[in-house]
Design a binder for this molecule. Sequence first.
Ligand SMILES: C[S@@+](CC[C@H](N)C(=O)[O-])C[C@H]1O[C@@H](n2cnc3c(N)ncnc32)[C@H](O)[C@@H]1O
Length: 316
Amino acid sequence: MSTAKTAGVRTRRRERKDSISKSAFRVKYLRRSRELWNRYLRSKPWLDQLYKSFLGITPGQKVIDVGCGTGDFTRYVARLSDGRSKILGVDSNPKSIKAGIADTERVGLSQVVSFKLGDAYKIPIDDDYADLTCCRSLLMHLDDPLKAVREMARITKPGGHVVAVEQGKMGIYYDPNDKRFSRLSDQVWEAQLRGIRKLEGKEFRIGEKLPGIFQEAGLVDMKAEILNNVYLASDPRRSLNDVKEELRFYLTYFKERMEKDRKYVVAGGLSNAKVSMYNSGYVSKIEGLLADDQKLRQDPTISADALYIVSGMKKA
Ligand SMILES: C[S@@+](CC[C@H](N)C(=O)[O-])C[C@H]1O[C@@H](n2cnc3c(N)ncnc32)[C@H](O)[C@@H]1O
């Protein structure tokens, strides 16, 4: 191999090692973030009905969940189905597959849910196999999401559906008592998305683009919904303990990532000084809330994001 080619491979490897996605793929992160999110979702019982109807769950289906991680969404689809469906999770990380198998055994779903190691760009499943092929928070991490959607369409039966659940652009943080910091937060968010696109070629908030990608992959009869996550610390539907555990977890994650993520925000056009101002402002705001339960429960800051759920049919 020529020196240039070797250097190219090394660079790509280094990029992968430092990737924005790396922490989000860790088993520990996936397990804990999904556990906390599921607690939050208990305040939205109507979502099961929405998913069930949107995914078109019917008895005895064959379902593939691509980029399944530790299998949280895979098991969720299994719970929505009738117990006779076969749900297979596919992921390229052997550690996630191992964790997915263990977590599935623990909750008694191994009869219907299984796992397989595999790449979203070359899914180890025959053509026209699945009634439903889905993914959640996968396409945002890929530099060629269209290629993955084409693969998802290939393994889906004619008349079957491909569904993606992915975040959209909306990322709201609004503290009525600190409008300056709220504006800075918007700037950081937008710069970070631009920087990730620039440095890693990923559309980290790919939601709005899904119908276009599905169309390019040859899928038809597209449908779309938005599921919002809205966080307000005073919301009585959530226990103080849950709110605190969530804040603690994301503060730890933020501290771990903030210097690594600086390069994306700067590449997206924000100055180092502004990033530092944001980082220290965020840490002191969350630490202040965690230190005072009353203050936390009365905090009027709202944060929200949008999760798109898009479905397309493979032509019959
Ligand atoms: C953010 S996690 C989402 C996991 C799961 N879908 C969920 O929502 O809990 C993204 C997953 O995609 C997997 N992944 C990334 N690139 C992949 C690829 N090319 N093929 C298969 N899996 C991939 C990662 O290993 C990781 O488990």
